[in-house]
Design a protein around this ligand. Structure first.
Ligand SMILES: Nc1ncnc2c1ncn2[C@@H]1O[C@H](COP(=O)(O)OP(=O)(O)OP(=O)(O)O)[C@@H](O)[C@H]1O
Length: 243
């Protein structure tokens, strides 16, 4: 069976500045990768490489056995909502339909069915005709998940989907991700250390290089690094216990 994701000796530099060095990673289909890392560690750069928006300086990336730019029809991408968001007057169903812009073979009714199905998966069918800008942060984030789901992706990339939402919305999004992980390989970038209930198979820390553990190996060191600090600093603040 083809790997869902394979990075071999991947390095990337913005001009002279090396951001990622010798990154290796393999995920099978159905795996769930949690990516942590401090600000500036290279997480968004990694996502851009996976989406084919950037090309590695060295090494190679394969998604489902293909180059990232060739695999886009199978890859759903969920960006982080911004607090201010877009002020475009656009309905929820139209936002979701945007995810179908590469699907040339579907007629109008088939597209509508895909939109309805995606909204149902995220539990927002009742908001289909609402203005996107009238929704709460958590609802907007779920609409962006629906936009990614509308292509029935085999790989789902999410860049900090819980960063701008409240506790209740975060729980809804995590519960949704647990369900979606039954049908797709998931790569979740987050600063949120509260991910114990997700069916995580791999945890990686991106900070220039990539340190990957099998399973939900969220060590205190990884939490500290994901917050951009050190374990000893968190211990000095009594946020985590000293060893
Ligand atoms: N277009 C660019 N040109 C030059 N340097 C860049 C560019 N984009 C990002 N960088 C730099 O590359 C490094 C990694 O940035 P990146 O956005 O990938 O980090 P990140 O882990 O996603 O950070 P955050 O958690 O803050 O989103 C940072 O030092 C950043 O300043």
């Amino acid at each position: 069976m083809v790997d869902a994701l394979q990075l071999s000796q991947v390095s990337f530099a913005y001009e002279e500045k090396t951001v990622l060095q010798d990154v290796n990673l393999t995920l099978a289909e159905g795996d769930f990768l949690l990516i942590l890392g401090p600000n500036g560690g290279g997480k968004s750069t990694l996502v851009k490489l996976l989406l084919g928006l950037l090309t590695p300086s060295h090494g190679h990336i394969r998604l489902l056995g293909q180059r990232p730019s060739e695999a886009l029809a199978c890859v759903g991408y969920v960006p982080q909502i911004t607090v201010n968001g877009s002020r475009l007057p656009i309905q929820v169903a139209e936002v979701v339909r945007l995810g179908l812009y590469r699907e040339k073979g579907l007629n109008r009714a088939q597209k509508q069915q895909r939109v309805n199905d995606a909204l149902q998966k995220v539990g927002l069918t009742h908001l289909a005709n609402q203005q996107f800008t009238s929704l709460s942060g958590g609802e907007r984030q779920r609409v962006l998940i629906a936009r990614a789901l509308v292509i029935n992706p085999r790989v789902l990339l999410l860049d900090e989907p819980t960063a701008s939402v409240d506790q209740e919305a975060r729980e809804q999004i995590y519960s949704l991700l647990a369900t979606l992980s039954q049908d797709a390989t998931i790569v979740l970038i987050t600063h949120d250390p509260d991910t114990q209930h997700l069916p995580i198979t791999h945890t990686a820390l991106v900070n220039g290089s990539l340190l990957c553990h099998n399973g939900h190996a969220l060590t205190q060191e990884m939490v500290a690094l994901s917050l951009g600090t050190s374990l000893s600093h968190l211990q000095s603040l009594n946020i985590v216990e000293s060893a």
